[in-house]
Write a protein that binds this ligand. Structure first.
Ligand SMILES: [Zn+2]
Length: 189
């Protein structure tokens, strides 16, 4: 039996671009749900679990329960990027070649601000590399990064830091990039 794929929105062709949905509501919803991770990790329940189960010899944070916060922050950043990318495609935003990386990227598409340039570089670190580890392949000459550079310490607008090889992220950084993504999307509401 043939599968029938149902689509809830019709594709329109406007000014040379495919448009299915100009409403950023779904992207904003993804941003909100990613942000909830910060609320959860900082919740009273997790605090109680840390107090109850983390041995006194270990740091009193959820990481000592085996939850790798920097890794999940990085994956949250990938999700923020995906929400922006999905809206950019469905909302018919024109592809703009970015002056920094020379490609069509989120920063180029949504205005080129530094926060989005950081978001673009960071999402590559987690979507195509090993959990924030900027190896030789990350700095391959085929890819021009926006703000990160091999062997260079780079302070990030979010308060995070790239030490030349690895990026150091925590919950405030995820909140920062979620806010940046929301600010961009709300321009289209
Ligand atoms: Zn770019």
């Amino acid at each position: 039996m043939a599968l029938r794929i149902q689509t809830s929105r019709k594709i329109r062709w406007e000014g040379g671009l495919f448009v299915t949905d100009r409403n950023p509501g779904r992207a904003l919803d993804v941003v909100r749900r990613i942000e909830v991770m910060c609320d959860f990790v900082e919740s009273e329940g997790v605090r109680e679990a840390v107090n109850k189960y983390v041995p006194v010899t270990m740091p009193f944070d959820p990481g000592s329960l085996g939850f790798d916060i920097p890794l999940w922050v990085g994956l949250g950043i990938v999700g923020l990027w995906a929400a922006l990318d999905a809206f950019g495609e469905r909302g018919g935003l024109p592809d703009q070649q970015c002056s920094r990386c020379g490609k069509s990227c989120i920063a180029g598409r949504f205005g080129g601000q530094r926060s989005l340039q950081e978001l673009e570089d960071l999402r590559h670190l987690y979507a195509h590399n090993y959990a924030g580890d900027a190896d030789d392949q990350y700095f391959d000459l085929r890819w021009r990064r926006h703000v990160l550079a091999r062997g260079v310490v780079v302070p990030l607008l979010s308060g995070g830091r790239f030490d030349g090889e690895r990026v150091h992220l925590d919950l405030p950084q995820l909140r920062f990039y979620a806010r940046a993504a929301r600010d961009v999307l709300q321009r289209f509401v």
